[in-house]
Design a protein around this ligand. Structure first.
Ligand code: ADP
Ligand code: MG
Length: 691
């Protein structure tokens, strides 16, 4: 329940003065639906209104002058403006007023009067002008002009000035709230109170106050992070309280491992150990295994599934696409069935009697492991006793999908797998409610992919080499970027490239893109996997995790447009077999210094975590990293790079709070509840309900 003290902040924006049916949608688009969102609007710059001389005026700048009114030119028609000539000892300017209030203006500002004016200067062919000054007052009323004013983002039909007015009113309606921060931490960080911090946000005293490093900005960021971390820590604690099947390590899993032609890496061993500790605890597991493509996540999950099967339970392994589901099935079905654990693959292709057979085997418990796609969520799919859900690339499933699978089992253990490397500093923001196991070690025997960058001007050379390699039996991916706003334009570019490559290389060039139907995509992918196609031109749909061991060449056009993590994942498509692999990053010169450095990292390392970390540092922000797609939250105040120290602190703070005062009943606990409601992260966390 929302505390009463927050009611004014959760009133709709229409409750603000001047927000009627025309303005409301604009303000909602700019800020959000409620008064709080307007109070949380951040100014992007400040205007300083210190008087200057007219001779110093600059086109396009907001400036302030003290002038005398020399002459007034009344409008000749109703469409004409009123013009006023003003001057100071260094020059003159024309003030322009539109509208039918000419008389009033003349009365208030007669010829001969002195005025302080402030507004945007415009240079026109006929001279300097200012249209509708922001301020125009007598010199003895100079203090009516704010010395410094915040400038807000605006939108078509809603100028910054009106936005400022709304923000000021929203701030006025914002109550002081009970302090939720630890007093020692407040003192150490020299944080103002929350209400003071918000007031300062809207009344910056200079550019320095706009910096994310200003104490009031850090305070707001910390509040936001703590609210989120607290919500996540509580969710995690609640899930822990749910009893779930106790599952013990099994002989069968040991036998399966003994049969594998390789030994687990240390990181795999550790991850399996962590999963087993969770499964044995009698509490619901919610763990994520993070590791590069090919780091061996699936075989670790397979061992956990074997343990579950031996205990009599069932597991479901879900993949976002049919081809990935099939590859998972191929990885695990052999080892599991060899030791008596029944496995089925269930996808959209299963129909009729074949499907019915599989469903029966699941419902009776004869089959212990189901691998599949969305098809696993269908209403008529019933498990005998689902105890473990393994979700590959979970961010690619909708909330509903995950929820539906969870409802098929009672307090199902959840194991997510992700190949998207998240910098360690940001891990808490994305996975704060999960336990994370990292597989940060590659299986031995993999040859690193030789990576080099080349300008697009050398594309003919690259194509010629590709032709030779293909003649020698090699297979290659050729990635075309999504660069324009229009998918159709991008598609055209990819089609053109495919045609061109067909001319140089021959008919074994295929094309796969996002607009294709799922079935058609699968067919092309399968042709490539079988070796019937030697070059696969693709927009970025090359599915994360797809395994084509014979593919040894990866060519990426306009590599500078991709996020580093994405480039790393794309490169991960090759270098999976024993042969030497190569990756060519084609770029449009000239490269910016940052772009150059980014491509350099890829040449130097193939450690996904290191790459993600460096990328974050180089670009200093979360948005550019494409983290949104991996579930990175949309913060108002917190910046993932600038405030990275606060992320860790908020995570620690949240854990401590939940440990000491899980129900938030202490004095501070009550205040923290207000904080949680203020930021309302719970709504966003719905996503996690399923997992
Ligand atoms: P991921 O799910 O992380 O992409 P997989 O579990 O599918 O990785 O493993 C990728 C490939 O590497 C599979 O063919 C698997 O058999 C193999 N593999 C896994 N672990 C090891 C290991 N420790 N040593 C050698 N090969 C391994
Ligand atoms: Mg995988």
């Amino acid at each position: 329940m929302r505390p009463e003290i927050l009611f004014p902040l959760y009133a709709p924006v229409t409750s603000l003065k001047g927000v009627g049916p025309r303005v409301a949608p604009l303000l909602q688009r700019l800020a959000g639906p409620v008064v709080r969102d307007v109070a949380f609007l951040k100014p992007h710059s400040v205007i300083v209104r210190t008087p200057a001389m007219l001779s110093a005026s600059l086109d396009g700048q907001v400036m302030t002058f003290e002038v005398a009114i020399d002459d007034i030119q009344r409008p000749r028609g109703s469409a004409q403006p009123l013009r006023m000539r003003v001057s100071d000892p260094t020059g003159f300017m024309t003030l322009v007023f539109f509208g039918r209030f000419g008389d009033q203006i003349e009365k208030r500002h007669p010829v001969g009067a002195r005025r302080i004016i402030s507004g945007k200067v415009e240079d026109r062919a006929f001279g300097r002008q200012m249209v509708h000054p922001d301020y125009m007052v007598a010199p003895d009323k100079a203090d009516e002009i704010p010395q410094i004013e915040a400038v807000y983002p605006a939108t078509e039909g809603l100028p910054p000035r009106r936005v400022r007015g709304f923000a000021a009113e929203a701030l006025e309606r914002t109550p002081a709230l009970p302090e939720w921060q630890d007093p020692a931490w407040l003192a150490r960080e020299r944080f103002p109170s929350w209400r003071e911090a918000l007031a300062r946000l809207h009344a910056p005293e200079g550019d320095g106050d706009l910096s994310p490093l200003a104490p009031h900005m850090r305070r707001l960021a910390y509040d936001e992070l703590l609210a989120q971390q607290l919500a996540m820590a509580q969710r995690k604690a609640e899930r822990r309280k749910e009893p779930a099947a106790k599952i013990a390590p099994s002989e069968v899993a040991a036998a399966i491992r003994a049969d594998l032609p390789f030994a687990f890496t240390g990181a795999q061993e550790r991850s399996l150990g962590e999963i087993r500790a969770d499964l044995a605890a009698g509490e619901r597991m919610s763990r994520l295994i993070q590791g590069d493509v090919g780091s061996g996540k699936t075989v670790v999950a397979m061992c956990a599934m074997a343990d579950v099967a031996v205990g009599g339970g069932q597991s479901a392994l879900m993949a976002p696409t049919e081809i990935l589901a099939r590859q998972h099935y191929e990885t695990i079905a052999g080892p599991l069935t060899a030791h008596g654990v029944g496995v089925i693959l269930l996808t959209g292709r299963d129909k009729g009697a074949g499907r019915a057979d599989k469903l029966r085997a699941l419902a009776s418990g004869a089959v212990k492991v189901a691998v599949g796609t969305h098809a696993l969520f269908q209403d008529d799919v019933a498990f005998h006793q689902l105890q473990l859900a393994v979700i590959d690339e979970q961010h690619r499933f909708g909330v509903n999908d995950r929820q539906r699978l969870q409802t098929k089992g009672w307090a199902t253990h959840m194991l997510a797998m992700s190949a998207t490397p998240i910098p360690r500093t940001l891990e808490l923001t994305v996975y704060g409610d999960l336990d994370v196991s990292r597989i940060d070690e590659k299986p031995p025997g993999r040859t690193p992919v030789a990576t080099r960058a080349a300008p697009m001007t050398r594309i003919n050379e690259v194509e010629a080499r590709l032709r030779d390699a293909v003649a020698g039996g090699a297979q290659a991916f050729w990635i075309c970027p999504m660069v324009s706003e229009s998918e159709l334009v991008d598609l055209k570019a990819a089609e053109t490239r495919a045609m061109e490559l067909k001319e140089t290389i021959g008919p074994s060039v295929g094309l796969i893109h996002g607009k294709m139907a799922a079935g058609a995509k699968d067919t092309v992918m399968a042709e490539f996997a079988d070796g019937r196609l030697s070059v696969l031109v693709a927009t970025t749909v090359v599915e994360v995790g797809v395994n084509v061991p014979n593919a040894t060449i990866m060519i990426i056009e306009q590599a500078e447009r991709f996020g580093l993590a994405q480039l790393h994942q794309l490169r991960g498509r090759v270098g999976r077999g024993r042969q030497e692999s190569a990756c060519v990053l084609l770029y449009d010169p000239p490269l910016s210094e940052t772009a150059q450095k980014r491509l350099d990292i890829l040449r130097r390392t193939d450690d996904g975590f290191l790459i993600a970390e460096t990328d974050l540092e180089l670009r200093g922000g979360g948005d550019a990293l494409g983290l949104k797609q991996s579930g990175f939250p949309d913060y108002v105040f917190a910046d993932p790079f600038t405030h990275r120290d606060l992320i860790a602190a908020a995570g620690d703070d949240a854990r401590l709070i939940v440990g000491r005062d899980p129900e938030l009943t202490s004095e501070r606990g009550k205040a923290l509840r207000v904080l949680e409601e203020l930021f309302d992260w719970k709504a966003g966390l719905g996503l996690r309900d399923a997992g």
